[in-house]
Design a protein around this ligand. Structure first.
Ligand SMILES: N[C@@H](CCC(=O)N[C@@H](CS)C(=O)NCC(=O)O)C(=O)O
Length: 246
């Protein structure tokens, strides 16, 4: 199996964590950021987004589609609970995470504080960051505080919904955000517990190698950290704008 996408992406991390739970550990990765994808990336990922999963002849994009495929195509740990109402709730929380937490943590914080200055040489939109930190994220955390379990995971054993939610908080951490445990104790402990699981923890060293190096030194740093890098890449040197947003 091949994954295209950076270890620093929450959606890539979600897929990799699900692969660990399914016991699918034999993979190679082309850890590009979407803005550095070339023409071949365009062909594989029509929305110019990561992750892409290549499994034999099958090429899939979108983390939710990929995780659903992995759960249906491969045996082992079930990513979704059995009961229809639980399955529906798990899918909703995955959708809430991908859409709303993605908007806040990725476009509102991580993109503003890390990608804009580094990739585009543009200043952080501090007004947007402040709006996220003071109004939008607190509202999302109020909602999660009423949804998450005080102990353990959402539906018994750890699964897709837990992973889909927790992954965004890792990007929050990379952008300097931590949950205020005094105000949102259930969410803070859920996030800490979930991110401490091996299916997340094992990738942290690759994320750090990815984020602490410039493009010239990145491949070497990732190899030194033990990342199973693909021999070839669909990456290019000059960044290209995505098609979904500016
Ligand atoms: N719904 C997609 C979202 C993927 C996504 O937005 N990935 C980001 C990287 S974290 C990306 O590729 N952004 C580039 C863009 O939207 O132009 C999924 O779940 O895979």
């Amino acid at each position: 199996m091949k994954i295209i996408g950076s270890y620093a992406s929450p959606y890539v991390r979600k897929v990799l964590a699900c692969m660990v739970l399914k016991g699918l550990e034999d993979y190679e990765i082309d850890p590009i950021t979407p803005f550095f994808g070339g023409d071949e990336f365009d062909r594989l990922s029509p929305l110019r987004r990561i992750p892409v999963l290549i499994d034999g002849d099958l090429v899939l994009t979108d983390s939710s589609v990929i995780c659903a495929y992995l759960d249906e195509a491969y045996p082992g740990h079930k990513l979704l609970p059995e009961a229809p109402a639980d399955r529906a709730r798990a899918r909703w929380l995955e959708e809430y995470a991908d859409t709303r937490l993605g908007d806040l943590f990725i476009w509102g914080l991580f993109y503003q504080k890390i990608v804009r200055p580094l990739v585009w040489n543009e200043p952080t939109d501090t007004k947007r960051v402040n709006q996220v930190l003071t109004e939008d994220l607190p509202k999302a955390l109020d909602y999660l505080e009423g949804q998450l379990p005080e102990h353990g995971f959402l539906f018994g054993a750890i699964g897709l919904a837990d992973i889909a939610l927790a992954t965004f908080f890792r990007n929050g951490e990379h952008a300097g955000f931590t949950v205020d445990a005094g105000r949102w104790p259930i969410t803070a402990s859920f996030v800490a517990r979930t991110l401490a699981q091996d299916c997340f923890d094992r990738f942290l060293k690759f994320e750090q190698a990815q984020l602490s190096t410039n493009p010239a030194g990145r491949r070497q740093a990732l190899l030194a950290a033990g990342a199973p890098l693909a021999e070839t890449s669909v990456g290019v040197r000059e960044p290209r704008r995505g098609m979904m947003r500016l």
